[in-house]
Design a protein around this ligand. Structure first.
Ligand SMILES: Cc1cc2nc3c(=O)[nH]c(=O)nc-3n(C[C@H](O)[C@H](O)[C@H](O)COP(=O)(O)OP(=O)(O)OC[C@H]3O[C@@H](n4cnc5c(N)ncnc54)[C@H](O)[C@@H]3O)c2cc1C
Length: 288
């Protein structure tokens, strides 16, 4: 499908899923979502950087966000990708950059999530995350499509970490990842059960309404409160409804000029082509 989509089509959908090209666009979106009782997770788009200039400008953007989230008293966290902070340069470089952001965020009472990328980065991402748990303001994304993920979840919960549970957005080989939606959802459901039983803080990040309903049932039964998470522009109206009903609702809001890889992942989300095309016809607003 990637090749069938022109740059123009991708640009059209990017406007729905992305706050804009500048950090100030993301801050504006944050204010708007906050006014509806929704926390945002701000991500500066861009990945697989080898260039020091790109990495440094990404770090500056996150530092800019940290100081403005504080100044504007926004309810916002950051969500950063290892490969935009130096993973492809060296693990040392990545650790220095990531922990620099974590410390600056902690000084301002801001939470930092680590996004999860392709399967060959999972070990380094989890190792990096484990070194940041002691700061108390960090969480990590774990993907239920990876066969290994239940073991990772148990280890991270055992270490006192905070998990954001997603299905997974990359194309991965069969021996590494479940391929069918049924298998991915089955593992998602089992991993959710484990979080409700054993973790104190975690996020159920999905637009799968069956999984959201299950999380709400488990909240009642366990008396634990999960954070719920969705991506900007997919189910904004549902997110507002959930926030209004008292859920701890979070929306992932990406911004920046490097929007192509992210938009292609959304466009090629397995099995959702007709939904995506229909959603393009709708008005682009917080209620869409
Ligand atoms: C807060 C948050 C953070 C995330 N962080 C990461 C990360 O760090 N790493 C990672 O690999 N993935 C991440 N993801 C993406 C995730 O892995 C999935 O690719 C994405 O959420 C779609 O899967 P789903 O759980 O919504 O379920 P699905 O079963 O794929 O979809 C459920 C329903 O959601 C709707 N839907 C889903 N996607 C679309 C779409 N693009 N357009 C229109 N409707 C759609 C449809 O109604 C569909 O039936 C994140 C997702 C969220 C919500």
């Amino acid at each position: 499908m990637n090749r069938m989509l022109s740059g123009a089509a991708a640009r059209l959908v990017a406007g729905r899923w992305i706050a804009g090209t500048r950090a100030d666009d993301a801050l504006k979106d944050a204010k708007s979502f906050n006014s509806r009782g929704i926390r945002v997770l701000l991500n500066n788009l861009g990945e697989a950087y080898r260039s020091k200039a790109k990495i440094n400008s990404t770090i500056s953007n996150y530092m800019y966000l940290i100081s403005n989230i504080s100044k504007m008293k926004l309810n916002a966290a950051l969500s950063v990708k290892p490969s935009q902070l130096g993973l492809l340069v060296s693990e040392k470089e990545l650790e220095r950059n990531y922990l620099g952001i974590v410390r600056a965020a902690r000084n301002n009472g801001i939470f930092v999530w680590l996004d999860m990328e392709e399967h060959d980065t999972v070990d380094s991402t989890i190792e990096l995350y484990r070194r940041s748990i002691k700061y108390g303001n960090t969480g990590i994304c774990i993907q239920s499509y990876l066969r290994r993920s239940m073991d990772d979840e148990k280890q991270i919960v055992g270490d006192g970490g905070t998990i954001r549970l997603v299905k997974g957005a990359y194309t991965e080989p069969r021996d590494i990842a479940f391929q069918s939606r049924a298998e991915v959802t089955k593992q998602y459901s089992g991993m959710m059960d484990y979080l409700f039983r054993h973790a104190s803080a975690f996020m159920i990040a999905t637009h799968d309404i069956d999984m959201v309903s299950k999380a709400m049932r488990l909240e009642k039964r366990s008396k634990k409160r999960a954070m719920l998470g969705m991506l900007k522009g997919i189910m904004n109206r549902k997110a507002v409804e959930l926030a209004e009903s008292g859920e701890d609702m979070n929306i992932y809001v990406p911004f920046g000029p490097d929007w192509i890889a992210y938009s292609y992942r959304r466009l090629t989300e397995a099995g959702h082509t007709s939904l995506i095309l229909r959603s393009l016809m709708k008005r682009q607003s917080i209620n869409a």
